[in-house]
Design a protein around this ligand. Structure first.
Ligand code: ATP
Ligand code: MG
Length: 634
């Protein structure tokens, strides 16, 4: 057995000793008395009795050794700004922000909602909350008033932080009017709204409620705000899931477990070292942004890049130019972003000196083989898929090259990460499937490791019911994803448990059909859904985006492609999986975090109401599909 499996086995069989060791990677004000209290399953209390602070571990502890090293590198191709904050400077800014929040009456345990674009101040705000023991709730800046209002309602923040505007592709996107509308819609009202004025848009000010960050910052320029030592189990933040499958869930994270999990993930999973640069292209509104733009790299003593802008502006080489300039060693992105780059000139991948880069990590959705190959060959670097959820806060499945050099397999995010007792279960009987290649629900035996959600914010009942009672006869955490495991312990994710379609009695994962279709060289991206059918129960319906968008105006070519694609599916999966139709669109409906909204596509195809669309990115995408469906029903 290799070191990786030893490590994993010890983390499960000798759990407390294992995590006690990992816990030494962070600084404690008071050492934990108990490593894991699991006396009330499924609620786990990690590092019970210990006291620490997330901000202390992200900033203060590094001041001695790396005070003058870059901590945060803010780059905006929207406003043409580039600014580096050393650990010392970040420390000062965060204290100014913390002092400002305190002056607005924020106390330990109070919620602070952050609705901001990708600017440095957003990270000051998160870290300042952690510093004073306030619970932040970052809401993705791309959301409009409806989604924002429901999150304000749920988190009931004392203070909301926002800005005049963000910018996307050179277009100013105002935040303040959306925020005002959201506060109007919500029955909960914040005491204060703290505003960053970027000079992008004029703001209407509500007297007595709205305050400018610039004036409070000035007032608290030299304030010293020590870190508030909090219990390891004190909530650090709440964050909503992407809403791919329905109403988003408010994930609540602790302090001690999360700090330990991130601290150990940086060397073990990402092979990041203090002094190196981490570039995560996600958004602070998502879990990947929380863990790997802000907290993880800083806890690991690295420099982290916070990037505002598109991957394609000024051109598709912008990210790689940043890798060269800041000598990025670890990069983290999402398959959806790589598919965007795939439509750009591939020569941009080799234009810059990428010698510093060790690997590109991708997560968030299935990584199809053609995309993985394209980017891996283009960059000449290892591509490392990793599978996790907002709920878990850090990877469940990947390869841990920091523990043992491990080969990746195309199509597989890797093996179970230490701490996660991952099982494949029969969805009908709850029985564990132990043979290779048996398809089951990916489940995790409790307790979930440090860093995972403690509960659903304000709703313990929903936590238990949603996650722990869906597999018959067993209290086990369900990921709601299908998977298989091969003889070497590599998992393959086959899609979500609600993405399975049933064609004439055959159960097919939409993901498998998508994988097969994306093997056609003309296809950039594809979504497959199951649509009700009188004869077969359900049939597969495919919507594809072509690499060459111009073909959309050529019905002859599309017809030919449709036939070819069906043949590809016939050959790889069999005729039973062949989509009833393959239709072509210029863009697919996705959540703002880039995940395919299959449930919405399916609803439109079946003439149903698509339901909660508040997390959708581009509404025109769904309209295109609706139009195609309407046209074919005529
Ligand atoms: P909601 O839970 O609100 O429906 P969501 O599940 O999309 O939304 P996230 O927590 O952002 O919210 O996403 C986690 C899910 O994303 C996983 O359960 C899985 O379906 C998918 N996923 C993440 N990483 C990968 C990966 N590497 N390969 C395949 N699927 C992935
Ligand atoms: Mg989910």
């Amino acid at each position: 057995m290799g070191r990786f499996s030893d490590f994993h086995q010890r983390s499960i069989q000798d759990r407390d000793a294992f995590w006690a060791e990992q816990a030494q990677q962070i600084e404690w004000h008071k050492a934990p008395q108990e490593i894991c209290d699991y006396s009330n399953p499924p609620f786990a209390k990690w590092f019970n009795g210990g006291e620490t602070n997330l901000c202390h571990n992200a900033i203060d502890r590094h001041l001695k050794d790396r005070g003058d090293q870059a901590a945060l590198i803010f780059v905006s191709t929207e406003t043409d700004q580039e600014r580096t904050y050393t650990y010392k400077q970040l420390h000062a800014e965060v204290q100014r922000m913390a002092a400002s929040l305190l002056s607005l009456g924020v106390q330990k345990g109070d919620r602070v909602l952050i609705y901001m674009p990708m600017i440095a101040e957003a990270s000051f705000a998160m870290l300042a909350c952690a510093r004073i023991g306030a619970i932040h709730s970052v809401v993705f800046g791309g959301f409009a008033s409806g989604s924002l209002a429901s999150r304000i309602e749920d988190a009931s923040p004392k203070v909301i932080l926002s800005a005049d505007a963000g910018s996307r592709g050179g277009k100013v996107v105002e935040y303040k009017p959306l925020l005002d509308e959201a506060i109007r819609l919500s029955s909960h009202k914040p005491n204060s709204v703290l505003l960053v004025d970027r000079g992008l848009a004029k703001m209407a000010i509500t007297e007595g409620r709205d305050v400018y960050w610039s004036s409070l910052r000035e007032k608290h320029m030299h304030d010293v705000v020590p870190c508030e030592w909090v219990d390891a189990t004190h909530p650090s933040y709440t964050l909503y899931t992407s809403g791919t499958t329905g109403k988003p869930k408010g994930v609540q994270r602790d302090t001690g477990g999360y700090t330990v999990a991130l601290a150990s993930s940086i060397p073990n999973i990402f092979c990041g070292k203090p002094g190196e640069t981490f570039f995560c292209t996600s958004d602070i509104g998502w879990v990947v942004g929380h863990s790997y733009i802000i907290y993880g790299p800083l806890i690991g003593g690295m420099s982290t890049i916070l990037y505002e802008g598109l991957p394609t502006r000024p051109d598709g080489g912008i990210w790689w130019s940043l890798v060269e300039k800041y000598k990025v060693t670890v990069m983290f992105s999402a398959p959806t972003a790589i598919r965007v780059l795939k439509k750009q000139d591939p020569a941009l991948l080799s234009k810059y000196d990428l010698s510093s880069l060790k690997a590109l990590f991708l997560a968030g959705e299935p990584l199809d083989e053609p995309t993985a190959k394209w980017i891996s060959e283009g960059l000449g670097k290892p591509i490392i898929d990793n599978y996790w959820q907002t709920e878990t806060g850090w990877p469940i499945l990947t390869v841990c090259n920091g523990i043992e050099k491990t080969l990746s397999k195309f199509g597989s995010p890797g093996k179970a990460v230490y701490g996660y007792d991952v099982k494949l279960l029969d969805d009908q009987t709850g029985e564990e499937l132990t043979q290779p290649h048996q398809k089951g629900v990916v489940a995790i035996e409790g307790p979930l490791p440090p860093g995972c959600l403690q509960t659903v914010w304000g709703d313990d009942d929903r936590f238990v019911k949603t996650y722990w009672t869906t597999v018959p006869g067993k209290m086990v955490y369900s990921t709601f994803d299908w998977g298989i495991k091969d003889e070497d312990g590599y998992f393959f994710i086959l899609g979500r448990t609600d993405d399975v379609i049933n064609v004439a009695g055959h159960r097919l994962g939409t993901r498998e059909i998508e994988e097969s279709i994306s093997g056609h060289p003309a296809v950039a991206e594809v979504a497959v859904v199951g649509v009700a059918d009188n004869l077969k129960g359900q049939v597969a319906m495919a919507f594809a985006v072509l690499k060459d968008g111009a073909l959309l105006n050529d019905p002859q070519a599309l017809l030919k492609l449709e036939g070819e694609i069906m043949k590809v599916v016939d050959n790889s999966l069999g005729a039973v999986a062949r989509p009833a139709r393959v239709r072509f669109v210029s863009v697919l409906p996705k959540t703002r975090s880039g995940k395919l909204l299959r449930r919405a596509i399916q609803a439109v195809c079946e003439g149903r109401d698509p339901g909660d669309l508040t997390t959708m990115d581009d509404p025109s995408a769904l309209l295109q599909i609706a139009d195609l469906v309407k046209a074919s029903n005529k």
